[in-house]
Write a protein that binds this ligand. Structure first.
Ligand code: SAH
Ligand code: MG
Length: 199
């Protein structure tokens, strides 16, 4: 492990995010991801959806020495707060915020990432998956949060006002589970977590 983040400061960032209704990663989801990250060699992480930097700071503890995180965020207020949080905790400049819309930024990236965390606009999940597969290292792993969206995705309820998002999440699940080159698990932790690897 690269470094230990000051857990009291991280806890404070977490509490503030919850108070301000920032949709940060849920504890049980994080726990599952940490279990995987402990077992793989993670040099580069890509995150789609930084918010205030909480999940990126959590992941930074599982990077190898000299590892890096690129994380994408489009909301200016959140970028500002994420920068402040990162400045407090990320003494080794591990976390790099890519500012702007992920749909524009992703096609311009050309690095390979060992872990990709999809945690942004649900309506863009199929596109995020396509781009993530292009950017994933051979042994890399993709996690996608909120994949079950409060249970709507697996229910047959279709009249919800969020049905466009739900349809895109269903499409994401179909694309990943029906791709013969991929091994996909959908876990009912938090708001639903998809775990995708190449076979
Ligand atoms: N990963 C964070 C939470 C992210 S919340 C954590 O667990 O701590 C989702 C974030 O994605 C929001 O801040 C939102 O502004 C951002 N977002 C949504 N769609 C986006 C897009 N298309 N491009 C960039 N950022 C996006
Ligand atoms: Mg989420």
């Amino acid at each position: 492990m690269n470094k230990i983040v000051n857990s009291k400061k991280l806890e404070k960032i977490k509490r503030k995010a919850i108070e301000n209704s920032v949709p940060i990663i849920m504890d049980d989801t994080l726990e599952v991801m940490e279990g995987y990250m402990k077992d793989i060699k993670v040099d580069k992480i890509l995150e789609i959806g930084t918010a205030v930097g909480y999940s990126a700071l959590c992941f930074s503890q599982f990077l190898n020495y000299n590892g890096k995180i690129d994380t994408i965020e489009r909301d200016e207020e959140r970028i500002k707060e994420a920068k402040e949080n990162i400045k407090i905790l990320d003494e080794t400049y591990t976390i790099n915020i890519l500012e702007g819309d992920a749909t524009q930024i992703l096609p311009k990236l050309n690095d390979k990432y060992d872990m990709i965390f999809i945690d942004a606009a649900k309506g863009k999940y199929p596109f995020f998956l396509e781009q993530s597969l292009r950017l994933l290292s051979d042994k890399g792993i993709i996690f996608a949060d909120n994949i079950l969206f409060k249970g709507y995705v697996l229910s047959d309820y279709n009249k919800h006002k969020q049905r466009t998002a739900v349809n895109h999440l269903r499409e994401f699940i179909k694309l990943s589970t029906e791709n013969p080159e991929l091994e996909t698990k959908i876990l009912e932790v938090g708001d639903g977590l998809a775990i995708i690897k190449r076979k």
